[in-house]
Ligand binder design. Structure first.
Ligand SMILES: *Cc1c(COP(=O)(O)O)cnc(C)c1O
Length: 220
């Protein structure tokens, strides 16, 4: 058994325990295994062990490994969790099943165009910069609800979720709570929050998916 497969089992057990602890339904949290910087040889054993949902943060890197893997397994689900440039919208719509990082008008417009052109509609989440960090992607929290509405009404996009990456040096709990509150206000169902260091806490705050990289694949 590869180290990653053993660690995958551990992470799944911890998610199950966190679901029980929070009195949430078993299996209600989706594990997104973040495979960025790892190659297909590292990823294959994890797929073979039953994992089907993966996250990548760069379009170009994902294009280098996932078309082949998607050809081998028909039921994989690939999430884009890194910043999206508008000149990459075409490739992103073609490759990803979920795009979690919609955060500005221009991207929303480009995605709407590509979705119509390719007749393929990845699920879309809005990234919220809950810590208002200048260097971080994401829409400002105070603009998030209006942006969801504009995505729906102006661009005709079906927005399913919100996503956040809390500041590294802060307690993530208040950020998770803020994302949950904004999702309720915006009428959005899914919450992508929690990484290797805080995914159990995210489950307690209502995450519908957690994005776990190093706790499965090892340090990058
Ligand atoms: C890399 C990454 C993760 C996974 O981080 P780990 O700490 O390795 O679990 C989660 N979300 C995003 C947006 C990332 O870029």
């Amino acid at each position: 058994m590869s180290d990653a497969v053993a660690r995958l089992a551990e992470v799944k057990a911890r998610i199950a325990a966190a679901e029980r602890e929070a009195r949430r339904e078993a299996g209600s949290v989706t594990l997104v295994a973040v495979s960025k910087t790892f190659d297909a040889v590292d990823i294959r054993p994890v797929i073979a062990a039953g994992q089907r949902v993966f996250g990548e943060n760069r379009v170009q890197e994902a294009q280098g490994k996932w078309p082949v893997l998607k050809g081998e397994w028909i039921d994989l689900e690939l999430h884009l969790i890194g910043p999206l440039q508008s000149n990459k919208a075409r490739e992103a719509v073609a490759l990803f099943d979920v795009i979690e990082t919609v955060d500005r008008e221009k991207i929303a417009a480009e995605l709407a165009k590509e979705i119509a052109r390719q007749d393929k509609a990845p699920k879309l989440y809005i990234q919220v910069n809950t810590g208002s960090e200048p260097q971080k992607a994401g829409i400002e929290p105070r603009e998030a609800v209006a942006f969801v509405r504009r995505c729906r009404e102006v661009h005709g996009l079906a927005i399913e979720g919100l996503m956040c990456i809390p500041p590294v040096e802060e307690n993530p709990g208040p950020h998770f709570a803020l994302l949950e509150k904004l999702a309720r206000e915006a009428g959005v169902e899914k919450l992508s929050m929690g990484m290797s260091s805080d995914y159990e806490l995210a489950v307690a705050f209502g995450a519908s998916s957690v994005r776990v990289g190093s706790a499965i694949f090892g340090s990058r």
